[in-house]
Design a protein around this ligand. Structure first.
Ligand SMILES: [Fe+2]
Length: 167
């Protein structure tokens, strides 16, 4: 899989060409997801599913805006998986792998249906990036993260970005 990620991430950059904000969002979520997945000791195949889903997680935004006039989470979740399948097609990853990736993409705004560590980590990685990109105060970011984060590494990273005030 090691040669796969540069090709996949490049394909995603080209898909989002002209939109540096989305490209940078995608690369940050991919990096956090990879780091948390590795530090949490995910099995190699689960780690690959997580990394692939992280690279593709927001892929439904374009069609959500085009077809529904909105980038709301529910439209992204609906429109993401078919586009993800097209992008993944040339990589020959197998149906079981692709369908879990699509499931994760289709649920990445749904916090109450977590059914695996890959899913939980994707939520945490996306949230670490969104807390910053949405400009939350450190206090609000820490509170929001504490509610959602379950993995030790996710909590460690949250704490690194938004430490408890010392006084
Ligand atoms: Fe995202």
């Amino acid at each position: 899989m090691s040669v796969f990620y540069p090709d996949l991430l490049t394909a995603m950059m080209l898909y989002d060409a002209g939109d540096p904000k989305r490209i940078q969002h995608m690369l940050k979520v991919f990096t956090y997801a990879s780091l948390i997945g590795e530090k949490e000791g995910l099995a190699p195949r689960d780690l690959d599913i997580l990394k692939t889903a992280a690279a593709l997680h927001d892929i439904g935004i374009h069609n959500a805006e085009k077809l529904h006039g909105s980038s709301a989470g529910k439209w992204q979740e609906l429109e993401g998986p078919p586009v993800a399948r097209e992008i993944l097609e040339p990589f020959g990853l197998g149906e079981e792998f692709v369908s879990r990736v699509c499931f994760l993409i289709g649920h990445h705004h749904t916090c109450d249906a977590v059914d695996g560590t890959d899913y939980q980590i994707l939520l945490e990685a996306d949230m670490l990036v969104n807390l910053y990109e949405d400009g939350l105060s450190p206090e609000a970011a820490r509170r929001a993260g504490e509610k959602l984060f379950r993995t030790e590494t996710g909590r460690e990273f949250l704490d690194a970005l938004y430490p408890e005030p010392t006084e």
